[in-house]
Design a protein around this ligand. Structure first.
Ligand code: GLV
Length: 329
């Protein structure tokens, strides 16, 4: 039987599915340190990860490894050049999380615009003595301009929600989406600068790459309206968190909503001292049904890539399909 490492705790019934095909080493505890992760992969044919870094050194130490299945749509934890050089397949879990993630992006944007977390903390702290005409004044969402950076599947799901809020939708993306999609979403392509200048609510949903590192830093925050909000449901590192703290403190923008952070699960401690930011612990896809769908899709990818099960040889979500069928290098 082939051997796999499941590097993170996941639904036990998904582990049972995997056990039908594989000898499973399951880490049902804390996140593995890099050296232990590498050691436990050494005699494995496949692995199921969720954000664990996999690069050339890890692959070199695991000569049998043929596939790493990431339980996430983002795979910035994979060094794809190293995967390609070693003929190791990477897979991810797109699509099944689009709507839950867009729902959450919407919720975080609204909580940010309407100061829901900040006012709740104030209420819980016992400060509420009287109604005030100017208590927690926020920024309107209905009828406002939504700026989406990254118009992939989740960006498009966000844009669809904007119709019900009568919003103008502008977007920026590496490449313009097809005219038919722009028409369906009533979304207008603009430069990043124009988006930052015009949007009342900026939402980030782009993948994290070397090129997208610090897409939003001090210069970009300076372009935004002082009444605008910034929501990041993409990846830490897309926003320069230190620059964001400065902008929030100086009220150069009204507020921010963050689900992801540079260096998470550690975060810039200054963020905890700023009232006009809503902070959530990377939970945008976290509904029971979506996380189950992601875990099962990650298992489907692993099972198929290792040549067993009903889709043997045809994993549904190969990131680098060109290595399929090639001998491990
Ligand atoms: C979560 O962050 C994902 O990439 O799926």
């Amino acid at each position: 039987m082939q051997k796999i490492l499941v590097a993170r705790p996941i639904f036990p019934d998904v582990i049972e599915r995997l056990k039908q095909y594989f000898n499973v080493d399951w880490n049902d505890g804390d996140v593995l340190e890099a050296d232990e992760f590498t050691r436990r992969l050494a005699d494995c044919d496949g692995a199921l990860t969720a954000g664990d870094p996999v690069g050339a050194a890890v692959l070199a130490a695991a000569p049998r490894l043929r596939v790493v299945s990431n339980m996430a749509v983002g795979y910035n934890n994979f060094d794809m050049n190293a995967f390609n050089a070693a003929n190791v397949l990477g897979t991810n879990t797109p699509d099944v999380l689009n709507e839950s993630t867009a729902d959450f992006g919407w919720a975080l944007m609204m909580a940010t615009a309407r100061r829901i977390a900040e006012s709740e903390h104030w209420l819980r702290a016992g400060h509420w003595q009287k109604w005030a005409y100017d208590g927690f004044l926020g920024t309107d969402v209905y009828g406002a301009t939504l700026g989406i950076v990254g118009m992939g599947r989740i960006g498009q799901a966000l844009a669809r929600r904007a119709r019900g809020f009568n919003m103008r939708v502008i977007y920026h993306n590496r490449s313009r989406v097809a005219p038919a999609i722009e028409a369906e979403l009533n979304a207008q392509y603009v430069s990043k600068e124009a988006l930052l200048q015009q949007a009342d609510h900026v939402v980030l949903v782009l993948p994290y790459t070397k090129e997208s590192h610090h897409t939003i830093g001090a210069a970009e925050l300076a372009l935004m309206k002082p009444t605008a909000t910034l929501t990041n449901i993409a990846r830490g590192g897309i926003v320069d968190d230190a620059a964001l703290v400065d902008a929030l403190r100086a009220k150069r923008i009204a507020a921010a909503g963050l689900d992801v952070y540079e260096g998470e699960p550690k975060l810039n401690p200054a963020l905890l001292t700023v009232p006009n930011v809503v902070l959530t612990p990377h939970i945008a896809s976290a509904t029971e049904s979506t996380r189950r769908a992601m875990a099962n899709l990650a298992a489907d990818n692993l099972i198929a890539a290792l040549g067993v099960g009903p889709q043997a040889g045809h994993p549904p979500n190969p990131i680098n399909p060109e290595v399929l069928g090639k001998a491990r290098a």
